[in-house]
Write a protein that binds this ligand. Structure first.
Ligand code: COS
Length: 380
């Protein structure tokens, strides 16, 4: 068993770390306050190859492995989880979905622009009454021969306002249950496709989250992904990889908070010594480090399974379940170690604590991950 990273992995990790420190750190507090994220930074992430990390270079991607993806996600998330969620959605939901299941024409038309960061993608599954219960899609896609007519509402869509390409899951034949669901490629600006106001969120405030509405949107048949009725499985398979990305995001949020807490504890003095010399703080650091290392092993294992071509449904669910719990718990500890300073924005840990919460919710709540894991365990 080899736990070491290759030279290439170390180079990629360092490039992401450098970008996060020099480009993402300045202005991260202001972006969180203003709920913005400049196009310029998205463009730079595209230039570095972060928007199509695992995509084949023949479609404009970087041709890297899932381990590289996880390393990049961790480094970006240590500083700015709003940036990393854009990267995660674009890579593992949109680019992966198109590359694995799209036609050659769809790849040429959409993937080539998404993988370079020239365009941004969004993945639209959740609805007001179908987030976890993903088979209960109320959005309809009625087959009209050479096209579909889409009607419905999607909620909490990352990149919702700024994306160019949207993968939309909708119900074509309700009687067929999950086998009546399809996935479609929609473009911004299609008549009847409306973007609602931006959500005002607890965390990842720089990311762009919207409700989308479809009113008789006409989508050509060639924009359906896969065979008729493949949409639910498309969503499940795609989300399985997405969960590795969110697990890596959670790992980054936790390790970012830990690094800040460790540094602070070596500088801040109380009772005549640096607070890391008090066992109350030292033991917190020990617990944080151990928990984060455990999460890292699960996240890396899930990425490794994907790189080996093995089934990674359970591995990604376990990685996300555990890493998001660690992110939530350890960011709270990081705030505690910072004391009063932890409660003010300048010290960054309060933002990381707010950002951590979403990792237990999106791309399948922790409760959904337990369904996936328990079913896998029982099935054997
Ligand atoms: N890969 C391929 N196929 C899968 C799959 C996977 N990972 N998971 C399920 N399927 C298939 C099943 O095999 C089944 O197909 P068959 O009937 O042909 O065998 C079909 O999909 C339906 O699966 P199942 O019966 O397990 O569906 P459930 O309604 O019980 O739902 C969960 C399963 C809860 C796991 C699913 O709805 C889910 O993941 N929900 C959360 C979705 C989510 O992440 N939402 C967040 C929105 S994105 S931010």
């Amino acid at each position: 068993m080899d736990f070491s990273l290759t030279e290439e992995h170390i180079m990629i990790r360092d490039a992401a770390r450098d970008f996060a420190q020099t480009e993402l750190l300045p202005g991260v507090i202001e972006r969180d306050n203003a709920q913005t994220f400049p196009d310029e930074l998205v463009r730079k992430m595209g230039e570095l190859g972060f928007m199509g990390i695992m995509v084949d270079p023949k479609y404009g991607g970087s041709g890297m492995d899932a381990i590289s993806y996880v390393l990049i996600m961790e480094e970006l998330s240590k500083i700015d989880a709003s940036a990393s969620v854009m990267v995660s959605v674009n890579n593992s939901l949109v680019c992966y979905g198109l590359e694995a299941f799209g036609t050659e024409e769809q790849k040429q038309k959409y993937l080539t622009k998404l993988a370079t960061g020239e365009q941004l993608g969004a993945f639209c599954l959740s609805e007001p009454e179908a987030g976890s219960d993903a088979t209960s899609q109320k959005t309809t896609a009625i087959d009209k021969g050479d096209h579909y007519i889409i009607n419905g509402t999607k909620n909490w869509i990352t990149n919702g306002g700024r994306a160019d390409t949207y993968l939309v899951i909708a119900q074509t034949d309700r009687d067929k249950g999950h086998r009546g669901i399809n996935a479609f490629i929609l473009e911004k600006g299609m008549p009847g496709f409306d973007i609602g106001p931006k959500e005002d969120k607890l965390g990842i405030r720089g990311s762009d989250t919207h409700t989308l509405q479809f009113n008789d949107v006409k989508v050509p048949k060639e924009n359906r992904i896969g065979e008729d009725g493949f949409g639910f499985k498309f969503a499940m398979k795609t989300l399985s990889g997405g969960r590795i990305g969110i697990a890596a995001q959670a790992l980054g949020i936790a390790s970012g908070a830990y690094e800040l807490a460790l540094k602070y504890s070596k500088e801040r003095k109380a009772f005549g010594t640096e607070i890391c010399n008090h066992q109350a703080i030292a033991f917190k650091l020990a617990d944080m480090y151990t928990e984060i290392e455990a999460a890292r092993h699960l996240v890396m294992k899930a990425a490794w399974e994907k790189d080996q071509g093995n089934n990674y449904d359970m591995a990604s669910a376990m990685a996300k379940l555990y890493a998001s719990k660690v992110a939530m718990e350890q960011t709270v500890e990081a705030v505690q170690i910072h004391g009063g300073n932890g409660f003010v924005k300048e010290y960054h840990v309060e933002r990381l604590m707010r950002d951590a919460k979403i990792t237990q919710i999106y791309e399948g709540t922790s409760e959904i991950q337990k369904i996936v894991i328990s079913r896998g365990v029982i099935k054997g």
